[in-house]
Design a protein around this ligand. Structure first.
Ligand code: IMP
Length: 178
């Protein structure tokens, strides 16, 4: 499928599954070295991160746990500057290494807000792993410990990412056709 239509927009294939999985392999290799003795709690930030989290977890060869969280949603989310509340993180984080698993870092606002909230729960360390990163969109100073791929500043869907709820099931990534 080189093109898909979702609601009112057309998207064209931009990153095939094989390339995405190679990027996940690389992130996993790095984690397998760096987190081997950390007993980390991996935290999958839903909804977008479910595919990345699933593919990544299968490749990790050290003891770790996973938890699934959501951010409360507001109309016009993202770059509006509203603080979204982290929901569902009930574990005791004291003394733990927490690794946030994100689908994409765009402006950086979401991840900065999420890291701040996790830090308030007293973990020993908070690390960030993102499958995708748009460096040209991110004007904030964000510390990303693990990055799958850097991508241009275009709207994409697939591999967990959606356009108004649709497209999360696509195994490849597609870019909007303007
Ligand atoms: P940020 O706060 O601007 O970094 O945005 C992060 C969130 O916006 C991600 O977790 C996604 O849910 C969403 N997002 C950013 N860029 C895209 C995109 O190109 N397609 C779909 N969702 C996106």
């Amino acid at each position: 499928m080189s093109r898909v239509k979702l609601l009112d927009k057309e998207f064209e294939l931009s990153i095939p599954e094989e390339k995405l999985l190679k990027a996940v392999d690389q992130v996993a290799e790095q984690m397998n070295v760096e987190l081997a003795d950390k007993n980390p709690l991996m935290v999958c930030v839903l909804n977008g991160s479910f595919m990345f989290a699933s593919d990544l977890m299968k490749r990790l060869n050290f003891p770790c746990e996973i938890s699934f969280v959501k951010l409360s949603s507001y109309a016009g989310t993202g770059s509006t500057g509203q603080v979204k509340e982290l929901i569902g993180l009930n574990e005791n984080l004291e003394g733990r290494t927490v690794v946030l698993l994100e689908d994409i870092v765009d402006t950086g606002l979401t991840i900065i807000n999420t890291v701040d909230q996790v830090k308030q729960m007293g973990p020993e360390d908070v690390k960030v792993a993102t499958m995708l990163f748009k460096p040209d969109a991110c004007k904030r100073d964000v510390k990303l410990d693990y990055v799958g791929m850097e991508i241009p500043n275009d709207f994409i869907v697939g591999y967990g990412l959606d356009y108004d709820g649709y497209g999360r099931n696509l195994k490849d990534i597609y870019t909007v056709v303007e």
